[in-house]
Ligand binder design. Sequence first.
Ligand code: FMN
Length: 358
Amino acid sequence: MKGTSFSFINLYKLTYPLFKNIAFGMDAERAHELTIHSMKAIGNFLPDHSVDPRFAIKAMGMTFSNPIGLAAGLDKNAEAIAFLTHLPFGFVEVGTVTPKAQAGNDKPRLFRYVEEESLRNRMGFNNQGSEAVLENLLKANKRGKIVGVNLGKNKVTSNEDAPSDYAYLYTQFAEHADYLVINVSSPNTPGLRDLLKDAGLRQIFEAVDVERKKFTKPLLVKVSPDMALEELASVVGLVNEYKLDGIIATNTTIMKERGEGGVSGKLLTTKARETREFLLKEIKNTNSQCELIGVGGISKFSDLMDFWKAGGKLTQVYSGFVFQGPPLLYNFEAELAQEFKKRGVKTFEEFLHSVKFN
Ligand SMILES: Cc1cc2nc3c(=O)[nH]c(=O)nc-3n(C[C@H](O)[C@H](O)[C@H](O)COP(=O)(O)O)c2cc1C
């Protein structure tokens, strides 16, 4: 069913404030669980969103219907794909999935800073395990959209054994996901971020590379905004050496004064933007072919423009979507259409070219 989006814009604009009032009155994780349940219940009954064909963009050998995707961690178990792909997301990333199911850290572990449109979480990769997630992915209605899977190691797996967790997950999902992400940047699994350092990451890339030679799928690595510049440069070097398809920047940031876990949303904007801008320069300077997916603190159209002006293309949102709901995406589409008109461009490639030079 196409062409019904107009009524959905209005429906979401009307209902999201009411929904948010109720959801934000509850414990944050409880609200999240109920939202996933509802998305799961109604997803298959909703129509496709009619995408403006001018927003289509090619990257990593795939065509994205628009450049704004959903970041990992909202649909950890691939349960709400039909609902999420009904919205104007160009792509959806599910996970983080680990080989075995795990409960994650003790609750409470998800906190809101409403005034600052930010979240802090110390979830710890709670998920149903790769077998169950794969089953959900296989039966999901993706509406022809791109669905990536974000991969993580189990808490009980030592850092020395981490490469085998990632290689196992790559093999399990490569045939069924559109792209895969090696996630070693969550602050909530003890010692995980140590794997972002050169030696740890090299071993993971090496192990996954063996599997990639048998079956190739776009592969990315997700980085932290708390890394030193030389560490980020070394990730770009390894990405080039192992011919990964992209980097996702960034995961959440540690703000000790706020408590344990990682902070996302507006409180992350500046740090994530600086990390992305450094990476974009490094990618250019090393003549790298890799893509940079920009995520972290994107909550308004000017954040997208900042990323596109710096040379980026694909983006993702999470916290902005929690605070503003589906209207955020419809507004992004409307604002993008306005920019196309203002600049007299007809394709997203032309648009990117135009923003880079004025
Ligand atoms: C509650 C919550 C859970 C998350 N879980 C994951 C996860 O499992 N894997 C992952 O790679 N990122 C996870 N993230 C990080 C997001 O994907 C994203 O990188 C981060 O929130 C920054 O984007 P934002 O400012 O738009 O929220 C999580 C974020 C939140 C708020």
